[in-house]
Ligand binder design. Sequence first.
Ligand code: HEM
Ligand SMILES: *[C@@H]1O[C@H](CO)[C@@H](O)[C@H](O)[C@H]1NC(C)=O
Ligand SMILES: *[C@@H]1O[C@H](CO)[C@@H](O)[C@H](O)[C@H]1NC(C)=O
Ligand SMILES: *[C@@H]1O[C@H](CO)[C@@H](O)[C@H](O)[C@H]1NC(C)=O
Ligand SMILES: *[C@@H]1O[C@H](CO)[C@@H](O)[C@H](O)[C@H]1NC(C)=O
Ligand SMILES: *[C@@H]1O[C@H](CO)[C@@H](O)[C@H](O)[C@H]1NC(C)=O
Length: 324
Amino acid sequence: MASTLKCLSVLVLAFLVIDAANGQGLKLGFYAKTCPNAESIIHKTVASYVSYNPTFPAALLRMHFHDCFVRGCDGSVLLNSTSTNQTEKAAIPNLSLRGFSIIDAAKAAVEKACPGVVSCADILALSARDSVAMIKGPWWNVPTGRRDGRVSTIADAFIHLPPPFFNVTQLKASFASKGLNAKDLAVLSGGHTIGISACASFSQRLYNFTGKGDSDPSLDSEYVPRLKSKCKPNDIVTTAEMDPGSFKTFDSSYYKIVAKRRGLFTSDATLLDDAETKAYVRSQATNNGPTFFKDFAVSMEKMNAIEVLTGNAGEIRKHCAFVN
Ligand code: HEM
Ligand SMILES: *[C@@H]1O[C@H](CO)[C@@H](O)[C@H](O)[C@H]1NC(C)=O
Ligand SMILES: *[C@@H]1O[C@H](CO)[C@@H](O)[C@H](O)[C@H]1NC(C)=O
Ligand SMILES: *[C@@H]1O[C@H](CO)[C@@H](O)[C@H](O)[C@H]1NC(C)=O
Ligand SMILES: *[C@@H]1O[C@H](CO)[C@@H](O)[C@H](O)[C@H]1NC(C)=O
Ligand SMILES: *[C@@H]1O[C@H](CO)[C@@H](O)[C@H](O)[C@H]1NC(C)=O
């Protein structure tokens, strides 16, 4: 009896700890009194950028994912390196760098209205959501009240960000370490329905998969020549659309592509190697992805709460690229 009780209390404690780590202290409209126009100012700023470049939502969505997976959604991805510190930014391929000016612009606009109130971490979470909705994507809730972290290191990024060559076992472990399950993995990978990738992120699958000049057998052999004509060996400048034809529109066609074995990364292809993720890919590859948008919203609400700093933790940065 006593040991059952002890077991139970350990269980309850475990739940409390997970809860405290993920999302506690956030609430919808956190700035309603302290900066009532914050969300609309951010929305307007993001809209002005997306209207002239519809590939910005991809940059912001990816940046948000990277932020949340490394030290939680605390804006640490936004911090610039200094002479003594190489930050997360230094670990991220150049492509992602293009979204930072949007966050800086939104922060500047919000600071003008209410100095020192709205965190960079919240601005990034809201911007990612708003920008995806602007290209016909789903809408999800972004409870606010995140605080900004003071630490960002290149080593953390390498440890916590899953690389494109991970298989499904490794991906599931990576997501589980952030409180996300196999379904979340299958759903959030659908973020690859927008955006571009450097050839370098997948060219090993085309040219030298096992070191014998071969290509990855899990990649559609009819698709390989097309990718090869776009991406020459050792090309580090060219990019490819992840969802050719609709890479600027958030839709469910990612799942059709993966089902056809045309996902660009091993991390996409490998969703067919696990019963649960495979079933999800199959289910969303037909009939315009019957539940993808709803599922994406649910998983994004889990992702945007990972290990957040709230209350008196962290700080509200004055400039998103620097700690105060
Ligand atoms: C499952 C593990 C994941 C892996 C291994 C992965 C890997 C990658 C890689 C290698 C790129 C191309 C980067 C480059 O070449 O510079 C990329 C791009 C992208 N990823 Fe992922 N990703 C993962 C999950 C996610 C998630 C969860 C999201 C969001 C929900 C996401 C959203 C994006 C977007 C939107 C882009 C395009 C960025 C752009 O156009 O600038 N990814 N990802
Ligand atoms: C931060 O670094 C980026 C390059 O990573 C650079 O473009 C930007 O100007 C820097 N921001 C500031 C405010 O110095
Ligand atoms: C990023 O771009 C700069 C200049 O264009 C280049 O020197 C650097 O090697 C690139 N870094 C990566 C990781 O591709
Ligand atoms: C710089 O690195 C030190 C130790 O490596 C760390 O304590 C400090 O928080 C870092 N600064 C930032 C801005 O990450
Ligand atoms: C993934 O890779 C790990 C380590 O290399 C291996 O143990 C595991 O069996 C692999 N899983 C699949 C599904 O290939
Ligand atoms: C392919 O990989 C093997 C083993 O890593 C290496 O020896 C060889 O030089 C590579 N070939 C090319 C064309 O990169």
